[in-house]
Design a protein around this ligand. Structure first.
Ligand SMILES: NC(=O)c1ccc[n+]([C@@H]2O[C@H](COP(=O)([O-])OP(=O)(O)OC[C@H]3O[C@@H](n4cnc5c(N)ncnc54)[C@H](O)[C@@H]3O)[C@@H](O)[C@H]2O)c1
Length: 456
């Protein structure tokens, strides 16, 4: 058992804190946002993430997890995980203000030895800056090691990803730091825990541990996200080609993905990637690559393709509805992906903003993200359920593939709409099924010609 501080109680920090407590560590989680901290101290969560609430409750009650201020968490702990945000600056570089702030607080508050662990996603060489900063601002009695431990969790399955990661990557430059990191993750590496997600979990596979230097660990994270973003933009480009040439992206993606060298994941076309990771990490990776003198135009293109998705999707809607002014449009899904309430950089918001700019009348429903969306987009109508969102609508746009939408009563939806037009931005619903219910269906990368042949 180790005394651990987690700084920043966001999607990554709170998950990390609760899961580390669950595997037996004593965790002090610090949050600088006073409202969030108060909420956490009262036992409530500032965001939605499956299974996290019960984990937080259980470990608070067991006395292994507490919420406090940053200086107090630092004072109590041997290891400090930095999990603060690294949002994009205007020029796309990562804004490291919060990281710098935490480093300075650690240097000024800590006494004795501390292991300082970067978990936030940061550009390569941030660890070096961190070491320098800790040295410059430290008090005499403070010694430290720095480690990088990039986080790969996916919102919506964050708890599961902590317990069953594909790999654990650790960047260290001293045996002390390596040993301490191994000790922290020992229950995961030795599969000695009761899985909090599946009561009868039989997955006992041991995740590979990748130990490397700090720069390389930092690079693993940016390179992984950029590669996945590249896969998404690639399949979106091929989807456009399917529409232009008369082919079906679903089949093309299936055919590509069955090649084991490629794999089927991230080959789903749609309205583009969003969220707090891919868009900003891709941009930051391009900027650091160029700053170090490399030509990163490959990844610039990935970004460009993604930005075009929103315009192309709105154009599809415009082609059908002709004039958008005054048209009632129903939206299913606001979160950047299902099973989260996160709307940061969600393509749905960009699409709605375009529709509003052209005078459309928008009603939306999302199972989890409406509270957050209301702050960003107060001018649309928020509905209690998917059916209310389509009343009198001339088009239904499916923008997030929540499981709930797959079970919707399409007969009822059609009857409620003024015009049964369904534009599926995620290719979630089966085209033939939707058409059989009397809808006009427009998906991504599915040429109408091919559909007609398949149906004939
Ligand atoms: N969200 C994800 O899916 C995900 C996955 C992997 C990695 N990451 C990376 O992890 C980092 C955090 O992401 P997130 O989604 O959790 O962000 P977030 O915005 O949800 O959480 C960051 C939290 O840190 C708090 N904070 C900022 N400065 C602080 C300080 N000095 N002391 C205490 N708290 C402070 C903020 O108030 C906020 O609550 C980012 O670098 C992100 O790129 C995110």
């Amino acid at each position: 058992m180790m005394q651990i501080a987690v700084i920043g109680a966001g999607y990554v920090g709170l998950t990390t804190a609760a899961c580390l407590a669950e595997i037996g560590h004593e965790v002090s989680c610090a949050e600088s946002n006073v409202q969030k901290l108060e909420l956490l101290k009262r036992g409530a969560l500032p965001f939605f993430e499956p299974h996290l609430e019960e984990l937080v409750q259980r470990n608070r009650q067991a006395g292994r997890l507490s919420f406090t201020s940053t200086p107090e968490a630092i004072a109590r702990s041997h290891a400090i995980f930095i999990c603060v945000g690294t949002p994009p600056l205007e020029n796309g570089e990562a804004d490291l203000t919060a990281i710098e702030g935490v480093a300075r607080t650690i240097a000024q508050q800590a006494t004795g030895y501390r292991l300082v662990i970067e978990k936030s996603t940061v550009p390569v060489q941030t660890g070096r800056q961190l070491q320098r900063h800790l040295r410059l601002y430290r008090r005499a009695e403070f010694t430290y090691d720095v480690a990088s431990n990039p986080e790969f969790l996916r919102e919506g399955s964050a708890v599961e990803d902590f317990f069953h990661p594909d790999r654990i990557v650790i960047g260290v430059e001293s045996p002390n730091a390596a040993n301490a990191m191994r000790e922290i993750y020992e229950p995961i590496l030795e599969q000695q825990f009761a899985c909090p997600v599946h009561a009868s979990c039989e997955d006992r596979s041991v995740p590979p541990l990748v130990i490397t230097d700090i720069n390389s660990a930092e690079l693993v994270k940016h390179a992984s996200n950029s590669f996945l973003a590249m896969k998404i933009s690639f399949i979106n480009l091929i989807a456009d080609l399917c529409e232009a040439a008369g082919a079906d992206i679903t089949k093309v993606a299936e055919g590509i993905g069955l090649d084991r060298r490629i794999g089927a994941s991230f080959l789903r076309p749609g309205i583009g990637f969003g969220g707090f990771c891919f868009p900003k990490d891709l941009q930051a990776f391009v900027r650091i690559g160029e700053r170090l003198g490399l030509d990163f135009s490959l990844l610039r293109e990935v970004e460009k393709i993604n930005l075009r998705r929103v315009d192309q999707f709105v154009e599809k809607v415009r082609r059908e509805l002709w004039v958008l002014r005054g048209k009632k449009i129903g939206i299913w899904g606001l979160a950047f992906k299902p099973d989260t309430d996160d709307i940061r950089f969600a393509p749905s918001l960009a699409i709605i903003q375009r529709l509003l700019a052209e005078g459309a009348d928008v009603s939306a429903y999302d199972p989890q993200a409406m509270t957050k969306a209301k702050e960003e987009l107060p001018e649309i109508r928020y509905c209690q359920n998917p059916y209310e969102a389509v009343e009198g609508a001339e088009a239904l746009l499916l923008l997030t593939e929540w499981e709930e939408f797959g079970h919707a009563d399409l007969e009822r939806v059609r009857r409620l709409m003024d015009r049964p037009l369904l534009v599926d931005g995620r290719n979630m619903l089966a085209r033939e099924k939707v058409i059989a219910h009397g809808f006009q269906y427009i998906g991504i990368g599915q040429s109408a010609e091919v559909g007609a042949v398949a149906l004939a």
